[in-house]
Design a binder for this molecule. Sequence first.
Ligand SMILES: [Fe+2]
Ligand SMILES: [Fe+2]
Length: 351
Amino acid sequence: MLFVDISAFAFAVNRTFGLFEKHERLYKMRRTLIALQLGKRLNLKENELKKIFLQSMLANEDKQFWQSQNKIYPSQLIEIMFLASNVAGFLRGRNVCIFTKEKIKDFFLHQYLKVFTKTPAVLALFTLMEEEAFWFNLEEEFLFLDILRLTMGWNEFSGLAEEEMKKVFLLLAKLIDNKDISTRRHSERVAKIAVKISKELKLPFEKIKMIEIAGLLHDIGKIAIPTKILNKPSKLSEKEFLLIKSHPFYTYKLFETVGGLNEAAKWAGYHHERLDGSGYPFKIKGEGLELETRIIQVADILAALTEDRSYRKCMEKEQVVNIISLEVKNKKIDPDIAKIALKLLSAKEIL
Ligand SMILES: [Fe+2]
Ligand SMILES: [Fe+2]
């Protein structure tokens, strides 16, 4: 069984997202509280509320992204998210929320209902909007506590079913990769390669599951970094590069604070460390890097070399072999794991 404290997880991701972009964090928290209240009014089951909670705390506002969620989320959940996103959108950059009430009501009455029908979710929103308390609750200081209150019963590692949880991690991996345009499927590939290496090493099943999560989320710290820096086409300045280098640190912090994921903090957060101590950001050497960490490191390198990047095409097999062999020679990565990785590459197991 996979136990992850989803409430702590979502807050940690939300915090990381908002590290350098505070208004985004506030927007997502408002959206979450609105969506949860709507869900409660509509008597949704706890499992559905959990999905709403995760989705609104984590997702970004990409239209394609929403469309791609159709298979995972039933239409009423998507509708709730959509309504909540609209209200929270109007409140961006505002602090006395109730002052915007009439403008928002106007939008729903005269624009929204011209296109969409008056469903139970829309009716529930109209009722909510008439309550002054609803608006007062959306002020910054109250948000955190109120969301916590609504989600508190979920903290005892009850989590979502394992399959659902995996979907959430996969979604998040896509979000990370979408943020950095040069790495479309990177996280998913790192996870797959890491799992294959782990199977070759005959690691126990439960361990492999956690390695897969560490692989999927190893770059999650990138969500803290402003998109324009991640995707800058020209050379990075020294300061910008320092910011990029912070991503494994934030990955580490995020894993460390979430019950059920903390075991994997080192595996995911140390993926840019090197055995000779030349990596970043902790400068950990050989002994301090566990087998699981070494697996993620090699999987990350192999995945990166076999992917197209905005500044180069994916490398030829020979070139990949040369680079990985040189890393082994320079005592930067684990030789046994590198050997397995190269074996998988030869067997065309890396797609
Ligand atoms: Fe990374
Ligand atoms: Fe990576």
